[in-house]
Design a protein around this ligand. Structure first.
Ligand code: ZN
Ligand code: ZN
Length: 341
């Protein structure tokens, strides 16, 4: 059902763990839609408490009303989850290439077979990095702890030129705020609870602010948006540029990672390597569904809808249905149904 390989290199890989002799590890990233907050998850994911009657949709709370944190979950996926995971992966690849100078030849992008993507960097440059160094890389990619003041948005730090096209987070922060402001509705901007002047300036002089971001040094935004409000705005806007990676996976230097070309036991789909440049047009619901065949009759418990090979199936609720193998396998692997005897 599940096949993995280590991302580490050892002097003696078959020895006992303590005797293996760690030589280094590839830098690996896991992007899993399960970690995102998406509206579609309220439609297809469920949780219930093992201790009381409480239940709900989407992600379970940290602690239940009864005070315990023992939950059962049923997580599914849909086209929107996969699209969101792909978008995060593209941002990650962009940061790795433009900010870290990773050679495209050293990058491998795999569809995980379930809700996301894995990115591997096979490079001598990253191999020896310890956990702390990998943690720094994670913080950089996620934009953790960035403050507008240190990205040029400071009156003390006035420069002659726009930083919009600059590399690294200096350029990204300006572009993030630009993208956020050009798309945000009045309601979204008000919900940020910025300073009163900042809010009215954004709503009344939006074009001027956008133009300033592109053509002038970021310090010129300060008279319109005070520093405190800018930090709040940046925190929201960062999500458009940062990549939502699983921090645990990247900082683990002994990580097991799913093997390419194997099938994922929770979907029946193939883990596939996507050549660089083909990610934008890659559709896992067409390409990774490699076991196809005759119709099978299933008895469903409860299962949400999903589009596989361009055909929409479900939702199902305590019913029987006959589906081609490619769709039946998915529901069976997800344990939403069983084969009718
Ligand atoms: Zn409970
Ligand atoms: Zn979804």
């Amino acid at each position: 059902m599940h096949a993995y390989h280590s991302s580490s290199y050892y002097e003696d890989p078959t020895a006992d763990m303590s005797q293996k002799g760690w030589l280094g590890a590839d830098l690996v990233f896991d992007i899993d839609a399960d970690h995102f907050d998406l509206p579609c998850q309220k439609e297809h994911d469920k949780w219930w408490c093992r201790n009381c009657d409480e239940e709900g949709t989407g992600h379970h709370p940290e602690i239940c009303k009864c005070g315990k944190a023992q939950f059962e979950t049923e997580t599914w996926l849909c086209e929107r989850c996969l699209q969101a995971a792909k978008y995060e992966t593209q941002k990650l690849l962009d940061i790795l290439i433009t900010d870290f100078g990773v050679d495209i030849e050293h990058l491998i992008t795999n569809f995980s077979g379930n809700r996301g993507y894995h990115v591997h960097v096979h490079s001598e440059m990253f191999k020896p990095l310890d956990q702390n160094s990998r943690r720094e890389i994670v913080d950089y990619i996620m934009g953790t702890g960035l403050e507008a003041e240190y990205q040029g948005f400071s009156r003390r730090n006035r420069g002659p030129r726009s930083t919009f096209a600059e590399g690294g987070w200096r350029g990204r922060t300006g572009r993030a705020i630009y993208d956020y402001l050009s798309a945000a509705s009045e309601k979204e901007i008000k919900s940020l609870k910025l300073g009163r002047n900042a809010t009215s300036n954004i709503l009344n002089s939006r074009d001027q602010i956008l133009d300033t971001l592109v053509t002038k040094h970021p310090s010129n935004v300060i008279p319109l948006i005070d520093p405190k409000s800018l930090d709040k705005l940046l925190y929201e806007a960062l999500k458009l540029q940062a990549s939502e990676i699983d921090t645990v996976v990247t900082t683990d230097i002994h990580r097991l990672i799913r093997m390419p070309n194997t099938l994922h036991g929770k979907t029946g789909w193939q883990v596939q390597t996507i050549p660089y440049g083909q990610l934008p047009s890659y559709d896992p619901l067409m390409k990774s569904v490699i076991i196809r065949g005759d119709p099978v009759t299933l008895e469903f418990r409860r299962a949400p809808k999903i589009k596989i090979l361009d055909t929409l199936y479900g939702p199902y609720d305590e019913e029987e249905a006959t589906l081609p193998t490619e769709a039946a396998l998915f529901y069976l692997c997800k344990k939403g149904a069983r084969v009718k005897r």
